[in-house]
Write a protein that binds this ligand. Structure first.
Ligand SMILES: [Zn+2]
Length: 276
């Protein structure tokens, strides 16, 4: 099996360290962007900032720790996350639209401190208020792909990542990737394969192939052997998708870029963590 980069992943609470050592030693995954989920109650057993950072520090360059943005707090949280060792930020379930001016100071600080922000966009797990740690409305209405366009303009040096394809607003994603050099996308979760098949070889307004702006990810959970199996099978499936479905399309040869090279090229700062 060929190695890949998993550009959107989570960690289970009380992860199995020995198993994580095995994942690291397998060489099958070269980098994992680890996103904390602080917005869910402990019963879900999703790891938050502390455990994500612990794993990021234990495997520098392999597990890349993202810090959770608390939209109820101000921009100085970004400084605190950076000081602790987080290298990116994760945005999910904001109480207002992602591009509400109230949040601009947070993004300005992220731009200043060179911390890429990965935004959950589109369809999201259906949760009741008592399953969340923050008072936010259900559904994805505040998490549309096009909201990142405002930020792409206002913060040109900030790297913005669309987490997922933004179903049911996938053509908003098209618009974002078409115009904005600082917006890329981790393709995972509910993947609209029909959209992918017809858009992987589109060109951006500045002449780049869409297949150079989209990255493979599993949105899976690290830290337990049974979840690792599922991650490996999704990676294998996606390679087969390029080989078998892609064989009559011009994006057929984008497999390696999608699976691994785009993440390295667009985010060299993450790979550099392992070289320090
Ligand atoms: Zn996720």
């Amino acid at each position: 099996m060929k190695p890949f980069i998993d550009a959107h992943a989570h960690l289970v609470h009380n992860f199995d360290s020995r198993h994580l050592d095995e994942v690291a030693e397998s060489g099958l995954v070269k980098q994992v962007w680890l996103l904390p989920l602080e917005c869910y109650v402990p019963e879900f057993e999703f790891a938050g900032n502390d455990e994500v950072l612990e794993v990021g520090k234990r495997y520098p360059g392999l597990f890349v720790p993202f810090g959770y943005i608390d939209f109820f707090q101000g921009p100085d949280q970004v400084d605190r996350l950076k000081e602790r060792g987080f290298v990116g930020l994760k945005a999910i379930r904001p109480p207002k639209d992602y591009n509400d001016p109230a949040y601009f100071p947070i993004y300005a600080r992220a731009e200043e401190l060179e911390m890429p922000v990965l935004f959950h966009v589109g369809i999201i797990s259906h949760r009741r208020q008592d399953q969340l740690t923050i008072p936010v409305p259900p559904g994805p209405a505040h998490m549309k792909p096009s909201m990142l366009d405002t930020l792409g303009d206002l913060f040109p040096k900030l790297k913005l990542v669309q987490g997922h394809l933004g179903v049911p607003w996938v053509n908003e994603l098209f618009e974002s990737v078409f115009y904005y050099r600082n917006i890329s996308c981790t393709v995972t979760g509910l993947v609209d394969y029909d959209w992918l098949i017809h858009n992987l070889d589109r060109r951006t307004s500045y002449g780049e192939s869409f297949s150079d702006r989209l990255m493979f990810a599993c949105d899976g959970f690290y830290g337990r052997p049974e979840f690792w199996k599922r991650i490996l099978s999704l990676a294998e499936f996606t390679r087969m998708f390029f080989q078998e479905v892609g064989k009559t399309y011009s994006w057929h040869d984008a497999e390696e870029r999608f699976m691994l090279e785009n993440a390295r090229r667009l985010f060299p700062e993450f790979a550099a963590l392992g070289e320090k």
